[in-house]
Ligand binder design. Sequence first.
Ligand code: XMP
Length: 536
Amino acid sequence: MSYLTVNQFIRYGGAGIRRQMRENGKNGGIAILDFGSQYTQLIARRIREFEVYSEILPWNASLGRIMEKSPRGIILSGGPRSTSGPGAPLIDGSLLDGSVPVLGICYGMQLIAHIRGGSVKKGRRGEYGRTRVIFSEGDNEKILRGVPKAIDVWMSHWDEVRQLPDGAVRFGESESGTCAAYSMDGGRITALQFHPEVDTTEYGREMISSFLFGICGCEPNWKLGDWVKRSLESIAETVGNEDRVICGLSGGVDSTVAAVLVSKVLGDRLDCIFVDHGFMRKDEPPQVLEMYRKLNLRVYHVDESERFLAAVKDAVNPEKKRKIIGETFVRVFEAEARKFGLAKWLLQGTIYPDVIESGFVGGDVIKSHHNVGGLPEDMKMSLLEPIRELFKDEVRRIGSLLDIPDEMLKRHPFPGPGLAVRCLGNLERGRLDALREADAIFISEIKSAGLYDDIWQAFCVLLPVRSVGVAGDVRTYGETVALRAVASRDAMTAESVHLPWELIDKVAKRICGEVPQVGRVVIDVTGKPPATIEWE
Ligand code: XMP
C-alpha cells in the first residue's frame, strides 16, 4: 500500500472504522462531508465528545455511499473554495432533499444557498476570528436552544450569502450585517456561516448538541472504549498475520500510546526503536527507556545524535531543519528495520493537529511536523498511523484505558524534532546543552510550584540574540532564553499562562546564574493564533 493510500485510508476511515459505521448504521451516526476545512476533524471530535458516532467522507462521496450509512444527520464542512470559483467542490442537490437533517458550516452553508438558488458573492471584506453575531428568530430555531441573542463566534470566510434561497429564514447576522445563519425546510436544514466546532465560538457545544439530539435524534451510545476495540481490529486487519511493524518511539505520549495499542495486537511482531537524535531534554533518554521497560515494549536504544547533528549543521531555516530531521529519522528506521528482520510497516504516533499543520487537508503548510511532512517520497515502508484522527486529550484518555501510567500520559507535549525547533539559529552541541539546562530549571520550578499538571505545555526557547550584562565585575555577552507556558485544549489554539511573578523571577535568576551561555531571560506571552506554540 503506498503512503498516500494509507493516508486516505485512515483519513476517510480504515477497514475497522468502516465496519463500525456499517454496524452503527442502523442506530444512525452523523456523516460529515469534508470540503477541505482545517476544522473538519474538530467537528468529528466534538461529536465524539457527545458519544455519538460520526464518519468523515470525502465531499464527492456518491449519494449511494452516504445513504448506505443510514445517517441520522449530515454535516457539510467548511472549505477553502468559492462555490462558483474554479474547481469548486459541488454536491448532488438531492442530498438536501430527503428527510435527513443537514447542517451546513461556512462553505457548507454557502453551498446550500448556491444549490437551492440563492446567491453567494465575495464580501466587501472577509470576517476572520472572533466576531459578534446577533440572532433574530432564536426562539424558533432548535439549534439555538439555550443560546443567548448575541454571542461571539469564530468566523473564517471571505464569501458571503447575499441572497437567500426561496423559503429560507435568516435568523442571524454578524455586526457588519452579513448573513450568519439561516434555516430551510421547517428547520431540517440549518446553515451557519461561523464555526460552532471551534472553542472560541460561545455556545458552540450547545449548538452541536442541539443538532445531534434535538434535531437528528441521535443516541449517545458510542464510547472511547469502542474506538480502542475497533482500532485493534483495524490494526489486525491492516497488518495481517505475518508482517512485522517497526515503531519510532520518541518518549512522548503519542508514539507511546500508538505503540502500546499496536503491541496489544502484534505482541513481539512490533519492534520499537528509541532514537536519541541529540535533541532530547535533560536526562530524557534513560527516563523514557525505563518507562518503556515497565510497559513491556521491546525497545532498542539507538544513539544517532552525531549523525543528526551533522545533518542539520548548516540548517537555520525552520522548514529545512524539520525536513532534514524527518528524512534522517526515516533512514535510521530503514537501516534498523533491516537489522531486526523485515518490517513492512512504520508505525507513527501522528495525531490530527500534526496532519493539518503539515497542510495535508488542503490548506497552507504552517509547519511540517516531522512525523508527517518530512517523509521522503521513496520511503520503503508503508505507514501505519492508528491515532491520526485523534486529538491529544483523546490520546491521553485512550492511553489511560490502555493502563499507561499518568506519569507518562501527563508529560507535556514535545515535538518530534525536539529541541531542534526550540534552539533558533545554529544547532551546536553547546547551545543545545545550554537550552537543556535552562529548560530543566524552568520545568523543575513549575513542578515545585505544583503547576505542571495545570499547564498544557511549558518550555524554554534559546534565541541567537546576544545582549550585554554584568556578572560580578565582569561584562557578559550571553544569548537569550524565552520562557513559554501555554494553556490549550487541543493545540489548535492556545493562550499564554499567567505564571506567578515570583516563579518567573526565580527561574530567570536561576537560568542566568546556572547557565553561563545565557545572559537574559524574557517571557513569550503570545497566543495561538497569531503565533504557533513552538517557535519553529
Ligand atoms: P504548533 O507549534 O504547531 O504546535 O502550535 C502544536 C503542538 O504540536 C507540537 N508539535 C509537534 N509535534 N512533531 C510532533 O510530534 C512536530 O514536528 C511538532 N511540531 C509541533 C507542539 O509541541 C504543540 O504541542
